[in-house]
Design a protein around this ligand. Structure first.
Ligand code: TYD
Length: 142
């Protein structure tokens, strides 16, 4: 039973404060304060069709926080033992993803803007894009 919650504990849902007032809403994310790492890179994904699956990789080094700043999408997160799905549908909500966790993003709404904060600069070498290779690397690590 206890073990079932391990992946979810490693990938917590984050709720960001709203500093807004009568003029509108304001959300601030500060590296190493609102999220567990310093931000080295920001990218965002939009214009993906509803039936597209993105991600489909694990990262050896990078940590990420994913936030749908508009619209919604789903993230399937697995460590090859457990799996869970997060629906990102509020600009004040994010999910933290540590290294060596496999993720797929899908079910993008038409207005989806998926913001990704990353702990590293981009490096293709730290991506594992083959699921079987990912499982092999996990086994080697344990
Ligand atoms: P990809 O990793 O396939 O995107 P996603 O994780 O959203 O499915 O990246 C698409 C292309 O963009 C690929 O050629 C690598 C490039 N890219 C960068 O150059 N820098 C980046 O920070 C990212 C995320 C991707």
């Amino acid at each position: 039973m206890g073990e079932k919650t391990v992946l979810k504990e490693r990938c917590p849902i984050l709720q960001f404060d709203d500093l807004g007032d009568e003029r509108g809403k304001l959300v601030v994310i500060e590296g190493s304060r609102s999220i567990p790492f310093e931000i080295q890179r920001v990218f965002y994904i939009y214009g993906s069709d509803h039936d597209v699956i993105r991600g489909q990789h694990a990262n050896r080094e990078s940590e990420f926080v994913l936030i749908n700043v508009a619209g919604s999408s789903k993230v399937r997160i697995t460590d090859a033992k457990e799996e869970f799905i997060v629906e990102l549908n509020k600009p004040r909500m994010g999910v933290y993803i540590p290294p060596m966790v496999w993720k797929d993003m899908y079910d993008f709404s038409e207005d989806s803007v998926l913001l990704v904060l990353a702990s590293t600069h981009y490096s293709d070498e730290e991506y594992i894009r083959d699921y079987d290779a990912y499982v092999r690397e996990l086994k080697e690590q344990s």
